[in-house]
Design a protein around this ligand. Sequence first.
Ligand SMILES: [Zn+2]
Length: 505
Amino acid sequence: MKPLSIEWLREDGEAFSQEISREYYLAHSGQKPVAELQPIYQRHAGVLGPDALALTVDAFRNAPENSEERRSARLLVEWQAEAQSARQLAELDEREIAWESSAVVQVTDTRAIQFETTSIEIANSTDPDERHAIERARAALMQRELAPIRRERFQRERDITEELGLAASYNATFELLSGVPLAQLRAECEQFLRDTQALWDDTLPEFAKRVLHMEPAALTRADAGALFRAREFDAYFPGNQMEASIRKQVREMGVDPLAAGRITLDTGDREGKRSRAFCSPVRIPDEVYLVLRPHGGQSDWMTFLHELGHALHFAYMRPDLPFEFRWLGDNSITEGYAMLFDHLLKDSGWLKRYTELGASALPAFVRSMGFEELHFLRRYSAKLIYETDLYGGAVRWESLPELYVERLSTATGFRYHHADAFVDVDPRYYAARYLRAWQLQALLAETLVERYDVDWWRNPRAGPWICSALFGEGQRELAHEQAERVSGKALSFAPLVRAIERALA
Ligand SMILES: [Zn+2]
């Protein structure tokens, strides 16, 4: 075996990442029955071994504060630390996946449904009693069988991370390696929940009564599923026009939507294709796949725009950036670009030009999008606050379910279940990446309006700027650094609150 060096780690790390990415792409797009990951892990065992971690930790400790080497090394340690914990948690994760794909929820003596389809069944049911019955049966099963696996998973993840000895606690280690100021973000979430409480209290009852014919006091999380499933606008988003309309818009913005063949769009139906859309960067920037299985209507458009934001980001990254700036880094950046694109569905001008929404349906649609946005932001804010308690260690594990129900129910107005306290958690603070992405896209959109006008999305000068000033940089910067460089402003919820207030006015 070659002696370990950072250069070797970059080279073999990239080969390993490409092989894993290709395997997932083939399996999840239905071109291969299963992903064969073990042989890849064996071929690249050195990349993810304890020596590789030690090497990166050394590089990190020896690099001068604020230097480019330090930035590189931080990304490499974060990657290595995650890989160590993923390897030790693999057995628990496999148990969880096996349970989820085989579990059956017994709703009544005569009705049983697959655990995996319960959220779809709940969202599609128009009868609140039926929704609540499925939800109760699902929660009882999860409480007995899934919650203990998940709780053990988070306990072990916290221990493994703290045993690395890089910082005093899980949260301090996360802040050190990710560069995300967690405590500050939590305070911003608390402030956001306070600032939008009155607006939420005014809006939720109106939608609950109109769409679900329910009083707000009776709402549970099951009803949220049904409420946001509402398909009253689907006819304005025809499936057969989606790809052509959106590709046209990207061309009008001065960008080749297929990046000279580096992006492949795989949007047809295929047996075995995952129902959840994804973007697979197999070689960055040369080979990027956007995979979507069509379901019809508005949600396909939203998903396609989101994944296209990711695909364009990967395909327009500068090829000379080192491995860590193309493959690793702060995912708030790539999620921010994905959201910059999916938020076009909240832009009246864009909707008028590229969809079938006419002047009569437009105001109601924009209003319902504002309502949905406020709900998701309040839910994610409450999740982040709760997750800092879960990982923080000051609250006992036994007390967390009560705290979860209290925080999520209060923030959203929908009653949550104790059984979800360890299930409805994004490992390693992915919720923080989303929240910062939300903040970033709002600032980027404001900057684009200032530079290229309200219809920047069809200004042929806007696209080339986005490609070079934003996409080209890969994920070298942290989201707050990019916000500062591009807009001269700090990340915050303020522009989001302004946009939501406009939509709901
Ligand atoms: Zn995404």
